[in-house]
Design a protein around this ligand. Structure first.
Ligand SMILES: Cc1cc2nc3c(=O)[nH]c(=O)nc-3n(C[C@H](O)[C@H](O)[C@H](O)COP(=O)(O)OP(=O)(O)OC[C@H]3O[C@@H](n4cnc5c(N)ncnc54)[C@H](O)[C@@H]3O)c2cc1C
Length: 386
């Protein structure tokens, strides 16, 4: 369970929203066939956090280049002047001094201890030749005492008063009581942390695809969200998740969507009525994937075609908050805003998988984009930039 500091914190607009934390590896634990949990500690983490649960909070991890110390990001931030200054300065360093910056999720944060701790679950992934990206390679060999730099929310910053304003949290269900959570292994830490924070009155489905049955984790939730783990084995990445969502979100089906849709999209058509998902396993003893309801919608109504995103050049990142900002900019009377609807979906993982589900949910099912966060966490065949 993600815990936050109960200490009284003086927040001020005078300090930047993010800070650098030089931390050491305290423990390394294999928590699945392909998950390496690294616990970072350091007194500086007393300055880390936001007010409230950390949910899907993302941080940056600077992996030092082989045999080199981590660059002093704190010093770059102090000397940076304008807000983007430190990043440009860091990019300007020689590659063997700079190291690599990667994005990860805080799986847990224990602020109460004398020495606060952060857990990050690294997916270990390897190419055919046994190598992987810098972060995965580093995590595979990490040992107590190794040092990295984390960049995350500054608990003293005024922006970190609420989860939504700190900039690293996307989970924002508003009043929704019916949720859909979908992710591959890179999103498992975020989905587990979100599930742990959900109250009893929230229901829906969570689908988590992992490579191996030994990657399935225990996750506790007070909610009635049905948790389904999908072990991929030799199947294509994302195949099981795609099938699971198409099976669960049928119209009419998973939830009485007509009741929840914005006017004009109720009765949206569905593309297929796929059979139950092989390999699916629910953790809370409920029935497997497959929703009640009559098979296949018949109406010709569906949602708009979402704009194409070139996932090899840009990051697919479409969240209600971003849409809200652009809608508010474009029209003074945008109608129903995010947060006012009883259904919310959060989808993250490999970008092609997320793009396919975006098309299905928005265009084929007709779900309002203001109800869904679509996030390409990584792209097959591409390193995260920097
Ligand atoms: C908001 C956010 C939160 C994230 N949280 C987590 C998290 O908690 N845990 C986690 O493990 N990842 C997480 N990720 C994904 C992680 O940032 C990427 O997987 C990252 O590319 C890993 O860096 P790397 O140095 O190991 O590989 P890179 O150098 O970035 O990539 C090298 C090669 O490996 C491939 N690759 C990258 N990741 C994977 C993978 N998972 N499986 C197979 N091949 C891969 C790339 O396509 C590329 O070909 C998150 C991403 C985002 C945007």
């Amino acid at each position: 369970m993600t815990r936050v500091s109960e200490k009284a914190v003086q927040r001020t607009a005078a300090v930047p929203a993010v800070a650098a934390f030089d931390v050491a590896v305290a423990r390394v634990e294999r928590v699945g066939a392909n998950f390496q949990r690294i616990t970072f500690s350091g007194a500086c983490l007393n300055g880390f956090g936001v007010a409230g649960p950390l949910l899907d909070l993302r941080i940056k991890v600077i992996i030092p280049a082989d045999g080199r110390p981590c660059p002093d990001i704190g010093a770059l931030m102090q000397g940076g002047g304008e807000s983007a200054g430190w990043y440009q300065q860091w990019l300007g360093l020689e590659p063997d001094e700079r190291g690599s910056m990667r994005t990860y999720t805080v799986r847990d944060f224990r602020a109460h201890e004398a020495e606060p701790e952060i857990d990050v679950d690294f997916v270990l992934h390897f190419d055919d030749d046994g190598t992987g990206g810098p972060a995965s390679q580093w995590a595979a060999k990490a040992a107590p005492g190794d040092r990295v730099c984390l960049i995350g929310p500054n608990v003293a910053a005024a922006q970190c008063t609420t989860a939504g304003s700190c900039g690293g949290i996307e989970w924002s269900p508003g009043l929704a009581q019916h949720v859909l959570l979908v992710g591959d292994e890179t999103a498992v830490p975020a989905i587990c942390a979100i599930l742990e924070s959900l109250p009893a009155h929230v229901g829906g489905d969570a689908f988590l695809e992992v490579s191996d049955p030994a990657d399935i984790q225990e996750v506790s939730t007070a909610s009635s969200v049905r948790i389904t783990w999908l072990a991929r084995g030799a199947r294509e990445h994302g195949e099981l998740l795609d099938q699971a969502v198409r099976t669960a979100v049928r119209v009419p089906g998973w939830v009485s969507l007509a009741k929840y849709f914005v006017p004009g999209t109720a009765g949206a058509r569905t593309r297929n009525g796929t059979p139950g998902t092989p390999g699916a396993r629910t953790r809370n003893g409920q029935a497997g994937v497959g929703a009640p309801g009559s098979p296949g919608g018949t109406s010709a109504l569906a949602g708009p075609e979402p704009e194409e995103v070139d996932i090899d050049r840009t990051i697919l990142w479409e969240t209600p908050q971003r849409l809200e900002a652009s809608v508010l900019e474009a029209t003074p009377n945008p109608g129903r805003l995010p947060g006012s609807q009883p259904f919310y979906a959060w989808i993250a993982g490999e970008a092609a998988l997320v793009r396919g589900l975006r098309r299905y949910l928005v265009r084929d099912v007709g779900i309002d984009r203001k109800q869904v966060a679509f996030m390409g966490y990584w792209r097959k065949g591409r390193s995260e930039l920097a």
